[in-house]
Write a protein that binds this ligand. Structure first.
Ligand SMILES: [Zn+2]
Length: 172
């Protein structure tokens, strides 16, 4: 479990290395929460875009001057959406991701986010590769950079003090 597949930064024209897969939009595994520059170009907004209607509709959830913060919010929202929040928002896509997450097992995932910044590819890597709570806790300990405490609590459906207890028990 320590050898989780890696995240890779790809560009539009870069080739996929062997055993890797693109999870950028508009792939099936893309994050529906997107970080976009605001109209005046001075801030970053976390938005979803609905292009299915006659009029494309953009919904904004968060606005900040800090791009990395916006990326963090977009990943947090992605995690919460996968966990069933935002019901009615791209439910088909959520179902697809959850039903096909196994197909990402052992595969390196490519997104356009800079390495070391929050990206939903890390969520997908975890979901595709952990099989038990022990696996997850091991990943949390060894890959702490990639897993926020909030997200660990969401996945394990526990409070942060319960998480600490689990980690203590696991280390013992
Ligand atoms: Zn990304």
């Amino acid at each position: 479990m320590c050898d989780l597949p890696k995240g890779i930064k790809g560009t539009r024209f870069s080739k996929n290395p062997p055993n890797s897969r693109r999870v950028t939009r508009p792939s099936h595994f893309g994050n529906i929460f997107k970080v976009a520059k605001t109209e005046n170009g001075k801030m970053w907004a976390v938005v979803t875009e609905d292009k299915t209607g006659v009029e494309p509709r953009t919904t904004e959830y968060h606005r900040t001057t800090n791009k990395t913060e916006a990326q963090g919010v977009a990943v947090n929202y992605f995690n919460r959406w996968l966990n069933g929040e935002f019901s009615g928002l791209n439910d088909d896509k959520r179902d697809y991701i959850l039903q096909n997450i196994e197909s990402l097992k052992g595969v390196d995932l490519i997104c356009s986010c800079a390495m070391g910044t929050p990206c939903h590819r890390n969520t997908l890597i975890l979901l595709a590769n952990w099989e038990s709570e022990a696996d997850f806790l091991e990943a949390y300990i060894t890959e702490a950079q990639r897993i926020s405490e909030d997200y660990a609590c969401e996945i394990l459906n526990c409070t942060s003090s319960e998480l600490l207890t689990k980690l203590d028990d696991f280390d013992a």
